[in-house]
Ligand binder design. Structure first.
Ligand SMILES: Cc1cc2nc3c(=O)[nH]c(=O)nc-3n(C[C@H](O)[C@H](O)[C@H](O)COP(=O)(O)OP(=O)(O)OC[C@H]3O[C@@H](n4cnc5c(N)ncnc54)[C@H](O)[C@@H]3O)c2cc1C
Length: 221
């Protein structure tokens, strides 16, 4: 489906990530985990860039996205030049990255803005399941953590939800990669991965070595 959205507001939530709050037609319906394809006008024609929906599917008429600034990136240049009230053309929501089985233990693993679809999926799962749900996130720098306060609040609210995060290049101390958090995986969990290819391929290999079969992923590059 093609539709037009209007920017209600946006906020820089880290030095390189901008969170957008979009007003969308009320009939837009999506499943937690899906993404939107942005039609970006350029001098040489339209280009398309995908962004995961980072908001709860039960909120009608609103979609939130979080966009990382990539140096000289076409898509990010477009998003970072937008103002409140501007409109954006989209196709979607689309994508098969959705919760396959709500009655299973689940681990969500992300790096960077790969947390975006999980911000939609986690509340969706927690409302429907009392199985164990774990979120493992990794970032490069201390100031890059996304939705940290929200995730801690969910952890307080839902005893079946645990959240672990790590920084690979911290200001102080030794860095840690998200791969080093795999000890927190619940037993017999389905694992959902989101982020860049290098992390996804590496973790998938590690999970397969552990005999984990239910692995689903969304690659950003
Ligand atoms: C299904 C899907 C969902 C996505 N959801 C999000 C999202 O929620 N938030 C978000 O910020 N991005 C998301 N992306 C990535 C996004 O679509 C763009 O690829 C990204 O914004 C870069 O586009 P660009 O036009 O700015 O850069 P381009 O001009 O396309 O240049 C991209 C270059 O930057 C490199 N690169 C470095 N970091 C990244 C990165 N994080 N993502 C992509 N390429 C990177 C690539 O390898 C490539 O060489 C998603 C991608 C897919 C396929």
């Amino acid at each position: 489906m093609k539709f037009r959205a209007k920017i209600r507001s946006f906020k820089d939530i880290t030095p390189t990530v901008r969170h957008f709050n979009l007003e969308v037609p009320l009939e837009i319906d999506f499943k937690a985990g899906q993404f939107l394809i942005t039609d970006i006008p350029t001098e040489t024609g339209k280009v398309k860039r995908s962004y995961s929906i980072a908001s709860d599917p039960t909120k009608k008429g609103i979609i939130e996205l979080c966009v990382k600034k990539i140096e000289n990136g076409v898509g990010t240049r477009f998003y970072f030049n937008l103002k409140e009230g501007d409109t954006i053309d989209y196709t979607g929501p689309v994508g098969p990255f959705k919760i396959k089985d709500y009655q299973k233990n689940i681990a969500f693993i992300s790096t960077g803005t790969g947390i975006a679809p999980f911000r939609a999926m986690i509340p969706d799962v927690l409302r429907q399941s009392d199985k164990k749900v774990v979120l493992l996130t990794g970032y490069r720098y201390d100031e890059e953590l996304l939705y940290d306060k929200e995730m801690k609040e969910l952890q307080e609210k839902y005893p079946n939800f645990s959240y672990y995060t790590c920084i690979s290049r911290p200001k102080e101390g030794k860095g840690k990669y998200v791969q080093e958090l795999l000890e927190h995986l619940p037993e017999d969990a389905a694992v959902y991965l989101c982020g860049l290819r290098a992390m996804i391929d590496d973790i998938t290999k590690k999970l397969e070595e552990k005999g984990i079969k239910n692995i689903y992923f969304e690659r950003y590059d």
